[in-house]
Ligand binder design. Structure first.
Ligand code: ZN
Length: 122
């Protein structure tokens, strides 16, 4: 699949999440007309976190698909692509289940998640 196909797919997934947020929050508001501003904010927060997590997840893995199979740092052999294991990465914008490219060295058993270490957790 080309980058543009993936881009459109990600965009559609993000917009679906935004639409769900919009619809469900308006439904909630219609049933809670006496809610205070703070109560409304409390309703919005988990949706906002889910939405931003989706975006963060997409942005974080975007570069991985374009990375060439790297050489093993330990022994110099070309590493083999091993799929996209999901890892949970924490961030102040929420927890993200990230699928990241993963490479494995047949020679020495080393492994790598390019392009580098996961984002620092704050
Ligand atoms: Zn190796």
């Amino acid at each position: 699949m080309g980058d543009s196909g993936k881009h459109e797919q990600n965009k559609a997934a993000f917009l679906r999440e935004a639409e769900r947020m919009y619809d469900e929050l308006h439904s909630w508001r219609a049933e809670n007309l006496d809610a205070s501003f703070d109560e409304i904010g409390d309703q919005v927060t988990p949706y906002r976190r889910a939405l931003v997590s989706k975006l963060l997840e997409q942005l974080a893995v975007e570069a991985d698909a374009r990375v060439e199979a790297p050489e093993c740092e330990a022994c110099g052999e070309a590493m083999r692509y091993r799929g996209d294991p999901t890892r949970i990465v924490g961030h102040r914008e929420g927890e993200v289940a990230m699928e990241r490219a993963y490479y494995y060295c047949d020679q020495c058993g080393g492994s790598l998640f390019p392009p580098g270490p996961p984002p620092a957790v704050e």
